[in-house]
Design a protein around this ligand. Structure first.
Ligand SMILES: [Fe+2]
Length: 190
């Protein structure tokens, strides 16, 4: 059993539940809550911080029972990266450990055209907004260590039908699922 204190994630989930149940735009409120969560790297259970030797990992930490939001830890081994993809919902990326690059893409005449690349460092929170364009590619920015970012999405992201944009212009549908079968017990008092 990990020694990671569960209360920070528990308190964050309570705050997120209040946010999605309220009348206001969830993105700015969730952004502040996520910034507070990733301000210190002392709460993530080690089971959800393990890299895979061949590809990045996407661990579900929690999904709202009404799928109004989900919280995921992305664990990047050295050199690992995503395909160019979209999200079909709003999202937030909070950098917890290490660093990652996120490069925006725009589809022009059927081709994914690269835009600006953003470097996320610990404590940084980036916004994913389909209204402003939500196609990007993410990669570990650190050559020799693991990087971890905490993501919030406005849906059960592992069940959302999304698209991957290939270099040859083809588009592939995908549903990401999650790497884990079990979730952290944030309610246990130890
Ligand atoms: Fe993404």
């Amino acid at each position: 059993m990990s020694a990671a204190p569960p209360h920070k994630l528990r308190d964050f989930l309570a705050e997120m539940t209040r946010i999605v149940a309220g009348p206001d735009d969830p993105i700015p409120l969730a952004r502040d809550a996520l910034a507070a969560l990733v301000a210190q790297d002392d709460w993530l259970d080690e089971d959800y911080a393990q890299p895979h030797p061949e590809h990045y990992q996407q661990y579900l930490l929690y999904c709202d029972p009404l799928a109004r939001f989900s919280v995921v830890s992305f664990v990047w081994g050295p050199g690992q990266f995503t395909p160019i993809h979209n999200h079909q919902t709003w999202g937030l990326v909070g950098m917890l450990r290490g660093s990652e690059y996120s490069r925006a893409f725009t589809i022009i005449d059927g081709t994914a055209v690269p835009g600006e690349e953003e470097l996320l460092t610990p404590g940084t929170v980036a916004v994913i907004d389909p209204n402003e364009g939500d196609i990007h590619q993410v990669r570990n920015a650190v050559a020799d260590t693991v990087s971890i970012s905490i993501h919030i999405y406005g849906a059960d992201i592992g069940a959302v039908r999304r698209q991957i944009f290939k270099p040859d212009g083809s588009v592939v549908e995908f549903v990401s699922g999650y790497a884990n079968d079990r979730l952290p017990n944030v309610w246990g008092r130890r």
